[in-house]
Design a protein around this ligand. Structure first.
Ligand code: HEM
Length: 422
């Protein structure tokens, strides 16, 4: 069994000294060279409002690592906007082409109106059918993984669960042809599994994948206009804001937002459940014995894995954070993965405690842009925990796991395991 140091994604060298002057949080290689939690500990203690210097023609940006500061910015849409991008890739490129149209990069009244279009389709009640499909699909895939004996948990078990959930939501036709294609595109658009991928190549591949996703949804929206359907695209097609129907572009951008926002984050959390349990056999045993409720276990896995390391904003006005002046126009990044280990908020933050309660983790963000898919994300992680409990007695990690290559996402893209049946 591969033993994992607490909280350190496998494949990452632990304990390397972190030189704050040389630190570049925009460079995905930073997260391969260091244990990210060692970086966050240093920044929380020594530079909680950290200036990540400009490099190679791209602007510098602020990085906040303390829970309270991060939550305050998430909540403050008076001083901070998402409309110039909400992740480093778009913020550093000078903006997001979907600003004002895609939910995550729209602010103010338009954001609220758009969010209302979605909220009905995303209520736990409306999602009960999709949630049931998640549970069935997860059970089937975990059972198949156990039958295989040895498998890649990322590729053979977890990979297709979230993509199928979102495809169910959006009415993407059943069958692997469409859904596998979308999965490939999503993986390329957001992160790279390639360790040595050249940054420029990766950026180009990512852009191409984004465009292909948009084109795919353009066709799907046209089809929905021809034949109305009872799904999320159907709800968008039928809705209007202030009497003006949503345009095809509006709908396409928001389909993109759901697939990009909901696939890889959930997938990485489901995959991260395995090393979390393998690294904490006493917690796994207690969970299997029914001594721990799935509800608290789900929240702790979400805190522990923190699949989306950061989100970001741009300052609209001059503002002071913890005594440091941030100027209007500056980029401010919020590191959820650090907030989730803040010793001022969590008792023993470096300890996995599946019974932890309360657990006010920052994994889904906070404030007006709080994750729309939080209920679904929780359902997926809960389904994974329960399927593992039902079908698996022992899990063994049989090779060094492969981490994703990203400055946004954290987790494992390939996880060789042996699953012994319950
Ligand atoms: C927003 C994380 C699952 C759709 C967010 C935000 C975070 C987040 C941190 C806030 C972004 C910001 O403030 O700029 C996660 C994590 C997930 C997950 C960690 C899984 C474990 C999902 C799923 C869906 C989804 C399953 C949809 C099917 C969205 C959307 C937004 C969002 C549409 C934008 C909401 C808004 O701007 O009002 N997510 N998410 N997410 N998420 Fe998720």
């Amino acid at each position: 069994m591969t033993e994992l140091a607490a909280g350190i994604p496998a494949g990452i060298p632990a304990g390397l000294p972190v030189d704050l002057d040389a630190l570049d949080l925009a460079d995905p290689r930073t997260f391969r060279a260091h244990d990210q939690y060692a970086i966050w500990r240093r920044l929380r203690a020594e530079a909680p409002v950290f200036w990540n210097a400009p490099r190679g023609g791209r602007p510098g940006f602020w990085a906040l690592t303390r829970y309270d500061d991060i939550m305050a910015v998430y909540k403050d849409d008076d001083h901070f906007t998402s409309e110039r991008g909400n992740v480093l890739t778009t913020l550093l490129a000078g903006g997001d082409s979907a600003a004002g149209r895609m939910l995550a990069v729209t602010d103010g009244k338009r954001h609220q109106d758009l969010r209302n279009v979605f909220l009905k389709a995303f209520s736990p009640r409306a999602l009960s059918y999709v949630a049931e499909r998640v549970r069935e699909n997860t059970r089937a895939r975990v059972r198949a993984g156990v039958e295989m004996g040895a498998c890649d948990f990322a590729r053979d078990v977890a990979e297709k669960i979230p993509i199928n959930t979102i495809c169910d939501l959006l009415g993407v036709p059943e069958g692997d042809e469409h859904r596998d294609h979308l999965l490939d595109l999503t993986k390329t658009a957001l992160s790279s599994d390639e360790v040595d991928a050249d940054d420029e190549d990766a950026a180009e591949a990512s852009l191409e994948a984004r465009n292909e996703i948009l084109m795919y949804f353009d066709d799907l929206v046209t089809e929905h206009r021809r034949t109305p359907k009872d799904d999320v695209i159907g709800a968008m097609v039928a809705s209007s804001i202030d009497g003006v129907p949503l345009t095809d572009d509006d709908i396409v951008f928001n389909c993109y937002s759901l697939i990009i926002g909901g696939d890889e984050t959930s997938r990485l959390t489901m995959i991260g459940t395995v090393p979390a349990m393998v690294g904490h056999p006493e917690q796994w045993a207690a969970y299997r014995a029914g001594e721990i409720e799935t509800k608290t276990a789900v929240e702790e896995i979400l805190r522990w894995v923190s699949p989306a390391m950061h989100f970001g904003r741009s300052a609209l006005k001059d503002v002071t954070v913890r005594g440091t002046r941030i100027a209007a126009g500056d980029i401010v990044t919020l590191w959820n993965s650090s907030a989730n280990r803040d010793e001022d908020v969590f008792d023993g933050p470096e300890r996995l405690d599946l019974r932890r309660f309360p657990n006010r983790h920052a994994t889904f963000g906070y404030g007006p842009h709080f994750c729309l898919g939080a209920y679904l994300g929780r359902t997926e992680v809960g389904a994974m925990l329960e399927a593992l409990r039902e079908f698996v007695a022992e899990m063994h990690i049989t090779a060094e796991p492969e981490p994703v290559h990203s400055n946004l996402l954290s987790g494992i893209s390939s996880l060789q395991v042996k699953l012994l049946p319950a």
